[in-house]
Ligand binder design. Structure first.
Ligand SMILES: Cc1cc2nc3c(=O)[nH]c(=O)nc-3n(C[C@H](O)[C@H](O)[C@H](O)COP(=O)(O)O)c2cc1C
Length: 184
């Protein structure tokens, strides 16, 4: 299994999530590469894909949206899984809503691509990393939802992330076996 983990990030926390997924897939036996979506030139070397981005205003970041559109034809032929990180996924009250919203939103970016799984991961809210404008926006949005308006809040659940990587490895293996079986 040769897997590309293509991710986007604005402030680094989703990159670390992608690294942990790549590490887990490697431990399980996959040949896993990690690349930022904006840097991917070709997807031909890979037979399986994981694509992830933070949620900003209810969407993946633009380079992640562009990546799945640009390579839609190839990605539609391969086992693929999506994930997103967000503040809302770290709040039990908001989590179901962001899960449902992204289950509808993400497949619409490249309708030919059918992700086997879409994972919602709690991310990081870090006011010290935001510039003035972002800080104002985030304080208003997060504050309105009853969340923190200062400081750093790392809500990433590494066990959840690793167990999802295990799950997609199993799903990818089954899919690849089925495809090889159909060829022979
Ligand atoms: C400008 C901005 C907009 C955001 N919009 C949302 C949002 O709509 N819903 C949400 O749950 N989290 C939102 N977040 C939180 C991020 O998704 C979360 O902090 C994520 O972990 C950031 O990942 P990164 O460190 O890889 O950039 C937003 C953060 C920023 C800075």
């Amino acid at each position: 299994m040769r897997t590309l983990i293509a991710y986007e990030t604005a402030h680094g926390s989703t990159e670390a999530v992608a690294e942990v997924i790549a590490g887990r897939l490697r431990d399980l036996g996959a040949d896993a590469d990690l690349q930022r979506c904006r840097n991917v030139d070709a997807v031909e070397p890979y037979d399986t894909f994981v694509v992830g981005s933070p949620v900003w205003g209810g969407n993946w970041l633009k380079p992640a949206r562009r990546f799945v559109r640009r390579f839609e034809e190839q990605l539609a032929q391969a086992p693929i899984a999506y994930f997103h990180t967000s503040g809302a996924a770290g709040d039990p009250q908001q989590r179901p809503e962001i899960e449902q919203m992204m289950e509808r939103t993400l497949p619409a970016y490249a309708p030919g691509v059918e992700p086997l799984s879409i994972a919602a991961f709690a991310g990081v809210i870090d006011y010290d990393q935001y510039n003035f404008a972002l800080r104002l926006v985030m304080k208003a949005v997060v504050g309105r939802a009853g969340g923190p308006t200062t400081g750093r809040h790392d809500m990433r659940d590494w066990d959840h992330i690793r167990s999802w990587a295990d799950e997609i490895y199993r799903m990818f293996s089954v899919e690849l076996q089925g495809r090889r079986g159909n060829v022979n």
